[in-house]
Design a protein around this ligand. Structure first.
Ligand code: SF4
Length: 294
């Protein structure tokens, strides 16, 4: 199967509305230090094509419910470098459009602007992750992803074409990227209407990468994560009061600039948006849609 219901580890903290998940690629070459895919995808940072993806997708879409949106993607970036040559994501979008599915793109790739026209012709919303405006920090956190400035310009490009856009400020790492005031202001200025955020929840492999990239921060945070924090499934959470403070800070910035806010897998009542993941944007521009599913 190439499309499945989104259900990350059946976490009780996941508040996402019902949606399908589709990953046009296996693995992701952006190599973000905080990424969790390396804990369950072998050679997770070696992106590769999926065999017979389009044939299989066409077969599956014919049997699925088009009232349920499809999110692309959760375990790989749909606009990572391979997409430039292979256009798998674009081909998936064309199929989804033919089958009248609503699509939410989640990416760090500014290549998404290549498909702006197609996205404008279908029911689509785009969430671009920007964790910081600081190019040097971003280069360490997300070594092979486009720099934050390119992602901001991509959001602006899409917003100017009336494609609903959100930003994932995700994850927040204390002392690394927890001052989001300027970022949220820039997002609001270019027409981003929703922010989803969460705190860094390392697993053993992402903690190892983080410690290599930010040794001083890792030494400072080690006790908070591994002695004072809690472990849920295979992830380590900061103490609740620390997570709450970090999320409140992002929410305050969003409130100040009129941007809706939601947390991702934090279990706090801080959300000001109808959905945590930004899928409500798929309906916001289409108020006549009688087939709303949440
Ligand atoms: S873009 Fe997403 S899937 Fe790709 S490495 Fe970064 S966090 Fe992982």
């Amino acid at each position: 199967m190439v499309v499945s219901l989104f259900d990350p580890w059946q976490s009780r903290l996941c508040t996402c509305p019902k949606k399908y998940s589709l990953n046009p690629y296996t693995g992701c070459s952006h190599g973000c230090v905080y990424c969790y895919i390396t804990s369950y995808i072998p050679r997770g940072f070696k992106a590769r094509l999926k065999k017979n993806l389009l044939k299989q997708l066409k077969r599956e879409l014919a049997k699925l419910d088009p009232r349920i949106p499809v999110t692309i993607s959760n375990s790989s970036d749909p606009y990572q470098p391979l997409e430039k040559d292979y256009r798998q994501t674009r081909a998936c979008l064309e199929l989804l459009k033919n089958f009248n599915f609503k699509v939410q793109i989640v990416t760090k790739g500014d290549l998404v602007v290549r498909d702006a026209q197609l996205l404008a012709e279908m029911r689509a919303a785009v969430a671009i992750t920007i964790t910081t405006l600081d190019e040097a920090i971003a280069a360490k956190l997300e070594p092979f992803a486009p720099p934050p400035e390119c992602r901001l310009r991509a959001l602006q490009h899409l917003a100017e074409r009336d494609i609903p856009v959100a930003c994932r400020i995700d994850p927040i790492i204390p002392g690394i990227n927890d001052d989001v005031a300027e970022l949220v202001k820039e997002l609001a200025d270019i027409g981003v209407s929703h922010v989803t955020s969460s705190t860094f929840k390392p697993r053993p492999d992402s903690w190892r990468r983080f410690s290599e990239a930010f040794p001083e921060a890792a030494a400072r945070l080690k006790e908070l994560y591994f002695e004072k924090g809690t472990r849920m499934q295979n992830s380590y959470y900061l103490p609740e009061e620390v997570r709450f403070r970090l999320m409140q800070r992002v929410r305050d910035a969003c409130d100040k600039h009129g941007v809706t806010f939601a947390t991702c897998r934090e279990d706090f009542k801080l959300n000001t948006a109808p959905s945590c993941d930004g899928t409500h944007l798929l309906w916001s521009s289409y108020t006549s849609d009688a087939q709303r599913t949440y």
